[in-house]
Design a protein around this ligand. Structure first.
Ligand code: SF4
Length: 416
């Protein structure tokens, strides 16, 4: 591990929880160092309680209704309320008999989670901190742009990838989210929106490595795209990955029309392994080969995400190496200058360095967009909230993931 990597992690760990004794720092840094396990621990199941109703399949809901003497069509009515209705309680399902509404609220939880915090930024970006049924926390975000409402959702509690610029992976992965816990993030943000607003895009770029929770993710996205359910176009959904080649190929073979974004962040394996430790066991060439296979199978251009960090991966030679990797491929680069986050030592390069990096890619004919982060002011507030909670309840610090929100809108675009 390089000095940069050790320094970044140590400062991040100490800042996140000054109360952690040195002996535990050793175990934490060991946990996130190179032997990163992509597979999270098996989900041990929810704590005993009523099931969240959307954890039931349509058939399970139909069977339960039959067991209490209700007709099959009630299942469709209930799912329609839950998935498209902007309601927050069974009592608001006004076309159901009052007795059935009472039975539903006795038997099931309305949602897979409770909202633990809700922050709104000056740019109208909204961030929710969601408390799952077993007490774990995840985040989801709604971003508003003219004619566009994009939500960003999480797929795991924590993350095994350990990217140095992201606190979500600091303590490893706790568990996978269930399909309902994934797609309900979209529903809860949909309920927040004004009646004249609709979700136009979903990006799976929140906490966790989406393709490490592949089966649940596909089930969740199928609910979001099914005409019977949420009805969002598959091409409006983007799944981001650090690059798990076999999962990318499985994704391509699935026949679904989702978009793929690969978080690259470095133009060579030595540097990428420092920034994205899981790269040590994969390698950039295997990722690019899998992404090429994805394009061949789907015809969909790949986005390559690149967080620019001053003095780490923002030099002209890095841009030239990146161009050499991507020119001639069906690729688009999203350059995301690292934004100042108090927990992290990395900073964004200045505007001249960013523009120079961009111009080098353009000169080599690689399409590139420079993006800026949304909701920067609520990121800061969220980090503060997490620190406050850690101080108040250190036993549960591992339940407070902090995501570096790389959620962006274009500020400069070139499709040369
Ligand atoms: S940036 Fe994404 S893949 Fe990397 S640690 Fe954070 S959540 Fe995981």
């Amino acid at each position: 591990m390089s000095v940069i990597s050790q320094l970044c992690r140590l400062v991040l760990i100490l800042h996140v929880n000054p109360a952690i004794p040195p002996s535990e720092l050793v175990s934490i840094t060991t946990h996130i160092s190179p032997a990163v396990d992509v597979s999270p621990p098996a989900f041990s199941g929810h704590v005993p309680d009523r099931r969240a109703i959307l954890e039931l399949t349509p058939q399970e809901l139909t069977d339960w209704l039959a067991s209490i003497g209700q007709p099959r069509f009630r299942a469709k009515q209930i799912r329609k309320w839950l998935i498209k209705g902007r309601i927050s309680h069974f009592d608001q399902m006004t076309n159901l008999p009052v007795e059935l509404r009472r039975q539903l609220s006795e038997e099931f939880r309305f949602s897979s989670f409770e909202c633990s915090d809700h922050l709104t930024g000056s740019d109208q970006t909204e961030k929710l901190l969601l408390k799952l049924q077993d007490g774990e926390l995840v985040e989801c975000v709604l971003m508003r742009d003219p004619g566009r409402r994009t939500v960003c959702i999480s797929t795991q509690v924590g993350c095994a990838m350990g990217c140095i610029f992201c606190a979500s992976g600091l303590l490893g992965v706790k568990r996978n989210l269930t399909p309902a816990e994934i797609f309900e993030q979209v529903l809860v943000l949909h309920r927040l929106m004004r009646a004249d607003e609709q979700i136009t895009n979903v990006v799976v770029m929140g906490i966790g490595e989406p393709l490490a929770n592949y089966r649940a993710l596909m089930e969740a996205l199928d609910v979001l795209t099914s005409e019977e359910d949420f009805g969002l176009g598959a091409r409006r959904i983007t799944v981001s990955t650090v690059g798990l080649p076999e999962k990318i190929r499985e994704f391509a073979r699935s026949g679904r029309q989702f978009n793929l974004a690969v978080s690259l962040h470095a133009p060579n394996d030595e540097l990428r392994t420092e920034i994205v430790p899981v790269n040590r066991s994969i390698g950039i060439q295997d990722i690019l080969a899998a992404a090429d296979d994805f394009f061949d199978a789907t015809g969909r251009r790949i986005s390559y995400e690149y967080v620019l960090m001053s003095g780490i991966n923002d030099q002209p030679e890095h841009a030239e190496q990146l161009a050499a990797l991507l020119r001639g491929r069906n690729a688009h680069v999203n350059l995301i200058p690292m934004n100042g986050v108090s927990e992290l030592v990395m900073t964004a390069p200045g505007e001249p360095a960013t523009q120079q990096f961009c111009q080098i890619l353009e000169q080599w004919g690689v399409p590139v967009t420079v993006r800026k982060r949304k909701g920067a002011d609520i990121d800061a507030a969220c980090g503060q909230l997490r620190l406050n909670r850690q101080t108040a309840s250190p036993v549960h610090t591992e339940n407070l993931p902090q995501q570096v929100a790389l959620l962006a809108v274009p500020v400069k675009e070139s499709d040369t």
